[in-house]
Write a protein of this length. Structure first.
Length: 224
């Protein structure tokens, strides 16, 4: 009931996750990223605890495969989980348990990995990876392009209702965390629209946190 991509931008050093699902609020449970460490996803009969566990392993210096292996070893029911990770070197790892739902598969590319379950067909993750690799621009642009490519390739077997985009840059907080927790329309399109609004302001929000004296105007009445 979910398809996603974890990725690293080799140029900026950012890490990101983009995800969509027929379930509500998928990004709240499944998407995790940490500045200077990596990005991971925990999906399919989700155990949200596995996301922080994988990030902790990456932060301790383990690679993507070792981080995924550690999560699998500590989970109570790994056969039901689908895990994705990308580390600081751009290496990726994927675990898809035998009890993953419906049509499930995964794909890897340069600095990225994609996986899904209850898919319309087994070509969706490969289409997501191809979309990411073919796209240009900021990491957020490429992640959105990847998800739209996956949707065009068939996406889930049924309609998707929630989606999210999470990007970690240099700070302890997310550079961008955009979510559509439920809609009867297309949540990926909603996230794409939100990214186009947020993208030009993203750096300003970092400035507001680190140097409020140098922060640009909020552009609202009364703010000078």
């Amino acid at each position: 009931m979910t398809f996603s991509i974890v990725a690293r931008c080799a140029q900026s050093g950012q890490f990101g996750v983009a995800i969509a699902s027929s379930s509500p609020a998928v990004a709240a449970r499944c998407a995790f990223a940490q500045a200077g460490v990596g990005a991971v996803a925990s999906q399919n009969v989700t155990n949200p605890a596995l996301g922080p566990l994988m990030l902790k392993a990456l932060a301790a210096g383990k690679g993507a495969q070792a981080a995924v292996d550690a999560a699998v070893a500590q989970d109570v029911a790994p056969d039901y989980r689908q895990l994705l990770a990308v580390d600081g070197a751009g290496q990726t790892a994927i675990h898809s348990g035998a009890q993953a739902l419906g049509i499930w598969t995964s794909a890897r590319g340069t600095d990225c990995a994609s996986g899904g379950n209850l898919l319309a067909n087994d070509g969706v993750p490969a289409a997501i990876v191809s979309g990411f690799e073919a796209a240009t621009g900021a990491l957020g642009d490429r992640l959105i392009a990847a998800m739209l490519a996956g949707l065009a390739a068939g996406g889930e077997a049924g309609p998707v209702h929630s989606a999210g985009l999470l990007i970690a840059d240099r700070q302890a907080w997310p550079y961008a965390e955009l979510r559509c927790d439920w809609t009867e329309e297309c949540p990926i399109s909603a996230i794409a629209t939100a990214w186009q609004v947020y993208k030009p302001q993203a750096a300003d929000y970092v400035t507001r946190a680190l140097r409020p004296d140098a922060a640009p105007s909020y552009g609202v009445p009364g703010d000078e």
